[in-house]
Design a protein around this ligand. Structure first.
Ligand code: FAD
Length: 392
């Protein structure tokens, strides 16, 4: 019997992780991406492997997803992670007042934490604000965004998945009876159009998820929410430093290679085609970052950039949940053959893929359990070592 064919649109964290999962469950997988791997949000993410501490008080569903997946990713893809931990530091009375709720919520979400004295926090991280009043260690980490996606993509490729990059999906194809049967493609290198058919199409286009399904007249409740980040030319800290308070702008500084990156903001845009790096947001990142690490005020900026979160559900800005959702368009719009996965975080990419592959398997009547939580990923290099399919 031939393998079921799945088309995945988008090669960010979500699309590459889903390709890996479906390839392991016996699917013939084709990933279509209009840029290269991590062309969208995933290529410009902050890089914090969340422990869930940031969400524990207000969004426990996301917090539990984060600590569960943080533990799994450390096991299956340690080669792209700096398991350096994270600090939450209190700098004023309001931060101190938050501590009690923070401890209680972390315990409820099973996020291990250790309170340490200001002198000890300063011993571990000499560049943090010397006015620190108390600090908590939690199991945050940092990851290399491109290598994280490449490790999933390379392992998927080794298991037979094909990656068709620089190819844009222009439209979903319907059979006129309420089923999606494939996609219309434009090869951006040759300028040639083509059709590709499959048993199932997975829309993993993140913030662009609404645009793809609009081509067949339906919608998904994705809320593109950009944020600005600023990188500085010195690695002032060895672990993530968070402000001990409810999530806000510029309250995380984390090490990436020889830099630190301060993030982030949260705003809304009308068009995804042009999202500006707003100068007042950059100023705010410098101000807020310098509260955590005073040396940031005089540090040389290495880069200012932005990316767009694909958040789901109602609410405004930071009140929107950071969890994810897999939409079966048969249930939503009586449109079979299409699922959309969006929302979530880089940290939860594997769980998002598991959920999507479960929905796909149920729809196609395939009994193949998820094994990604126990399957170590290959080196990111595998993506380049494996020869590319010739699609011409
Ligand atoms: C500022 C910011 C900071 C963040 N920091 C963190 C963090 O520290 N830790 C964390 O865990 N999470 C973080 N996140 C969240 C995380 O980055 C995102 O949830 C994640 O990158 C989304 O991945 P995705 O694969 O769903 O979307 P994307 O990475 O955007 O992938 C979608 C892909 O679809 C492609 N595409 C779109 N339309 C088409 C088409 N028509 N044809 C072909 N291809 C198409 C795009 O080119 C893109 O590559 C952050 C997000 C933002 C915005």
């Amino acid at each position: 019997m031939s393998k079921p064919h799945a088309i995945i649109i988008g090669a960010g964290f979500t699309g590459t992780a889903t390709a890996h999962d479906l390839a392991l469950r016996g699917f013939d997988v084709t990933v279509i991406e209009r840029g290269d791997i991590c062309h969208g949000t995933s290529g410009r993410t902050h890089g914090l492997l969340h422990s869930g501490g940031r969400y524990a008080v207000k969004d426990q569903e996301s917090a539990i997803e984060c600590i569960t997946e943080n533990t799994i990713l450390r096991r299956i893809v340690p080669q792209v992670i700096e398991p350096n931990g994270g600090l939450f530091i209190a700098l004023d009375e309001s931060d101190l007042a938050y501590a009690e709720q923070f401890i209680e919520s972390c315990e409820e979400c099973h996020i291990p934490l250790e309170e340490i004295k200001p002198q000890e926090a300063l011993r571990r991280e000499p560049h943090i604000n010397p006015r620190v009043l108390t600090a908590f260690m939690i199991p945050d980490g940092t990851f290399d965004p491109l290598r994280l996606a490449l490790a999933f993509a390379g392992t998927a490729k080794r298991n037979g998945a094909k990656f068709r990059t620089y190819t844009e999906v222009k439209k979903l194809i319907t059979d006129g009876k309420g089923n999606i049967t494939g996609v219309n493609l434009l090869d951006l290198k040759s300028g040639k159009s083509a059709e590709l058919y499959a048993d199932i199409v997975v829309n993993a286009t993140g913030a662009w998820a609404g645009e793809i399904v609009e081509t067949v007249g339906v919608n998904v409740p994705v809320k593109p929410t950009p944020g600005v980040m600023v990188a500085f030319e010195q690695r002032f800290v060895q672990r993530t430093v968070n402000r001990l308070n409810k999530p806000g702008d510029g309250d995380i500084v984390l090490p990436q290679r020889r830099m630190v990156v301060v993030g982030t903001t949260s705003f809304e845009v009308d068009s995804l085609d042009y999202v500006p790096v707003l100068e007042d947001h950059v100023k705010l990142m410098i101000e807020r970052g310098a509260q955590l690490i005073p040396a940031i005020a005089g540090a040389k900026i290495r880069g200012k950039y932005m990316a767009t979160r694909p958040l789901i559900g109602g609410g405004e800005g930071r009140s929107v949940a950071r969890t994810f959702k897999c939409y079966d368009h048969k249930e939503m719009h009586n449109l079979d053959g299409l699922v959309t996965i969006t929302g979530g975080k880089a940290t939860t990419l594997r769980a998002m893929a598991e959920k999507t592959a479960d929905v796909v398997c149920t729809k196609l009547g395939i009994n193949a359990p998820c094994v990604t939580a126990e399957t170590p990923l290959l080196s990111y290099r595998q993506y380049y070592l494996q020869p590319n399919e010739d699609f011409s």
